[in-house]
Design a protein around this ligand. Structure first.
Ligand SMILES: [Ca+2]
Length: 242
């Protein structure tokens, strides 16, 4: 069992954390989690217990939110690479405006359905609407220091036929002079007919020069021109970095 496999089990936990990495230690391996939440610790403890692994949990610094987990094991556990998956789930729950920003042009608009019964999961979802223009909803994801690449998808429910959508990934990368700048890194086009929620991929985005700091995921809908109003709903964004 590797750390990657272990951590995928916690996708549903939806706990924000900033970084994960492994270091060798005399009694096995040490997993250090910066900014970890007690719910993640509980899940980790329960998972290790179910695997028959004794686990000690120590909170090193409440102020810094740093937590140390020491697996007391000589079972070959945690033999994966020296980094672990980091995942980001966003089902537009709570106040999605805290995380998603709109990029409208022309007559395009965007917003959120809050508790309207139109979501794929949970209570809320996003929407995009345009005729002579377009609009996007976008959010950022911190690129973990230990990761080499990130992949992402989002569920889209088109309300209209021939709905042209573009999924873009922008990366905050160091250029050859070491100065950070935003660059478009991935680009995927979809022409969709009205239907149910379907998963659309953003593609896999690699770190550039090993120094990518942040990725910005943008979901664009283009209006069809006069008399050709287009609309789509969005829900269940998911990104995984490894
Ligand atoms: Ca939702």
């Amino acid at each position: 069992m590797t750390v990657n496999g272990t951590l995928r089990a916690f996708n549903a936990v939806n706990v924000p954390f900033t970084d994960l990495w492994l270091e060798p230690c005399p009694k096995g391996r040490t997993l250090v989690i910066a900014g970890a939440h007690h719910r993640l610790l509980y899940s980790l403890s329960r998972h290790f217990h179910e695997e028959g692994i004794a686990l000690t949990v120590k909170r090193l610094s409440v102020r810094l939110g740093v937590v140390l987990l020491s697996a007391i094991a000589s079972l070959g556990l945690l033999t994966g690479p020296a980094h672990a998956d980091t995942t980001f789930d966003d089902s537009f729950e709570g106040n999605p405006a805290d995380r998603w920003g709109g990029i409208p042009w022309g007559d395009g608009s965007n917003g959120f359905d809050i508790g309207r019964g139109l979501a794929r999961t949970g209570a809320n979802n996003g929407w995009l609407l345009a005729e002579n223009g377009g609009s996007a909803l976008a959010r950022g994801v911190g690129f973990p220091n230990s990761a080499g690449q990130c992949a992402a998808q989002i569920y889209v429910k088109p309300s209209t036929d021939n709905t042209f959508m573009v999924l873009e990934v922008w990366g905050l990368d160091p250029n050859s002079s070491g100065v950070y700048e935003w660059r478009r890194r991935n680009y995927a086009e979809y022409n969709l007919n009205a239907g149910s929620y379907q998963a659309l991929g953003f593609g896999t985005t690699a770190s550039t020069f090993g120094g990518t700091r942040e990725l910005h995921y943008r979901v664009f809908l283009h209006g069809g021109g006069s008399g050709q109003l287009k609309m789509a709903r969005l829900d269940d964004f998911f990104a995984r970095c490894w």
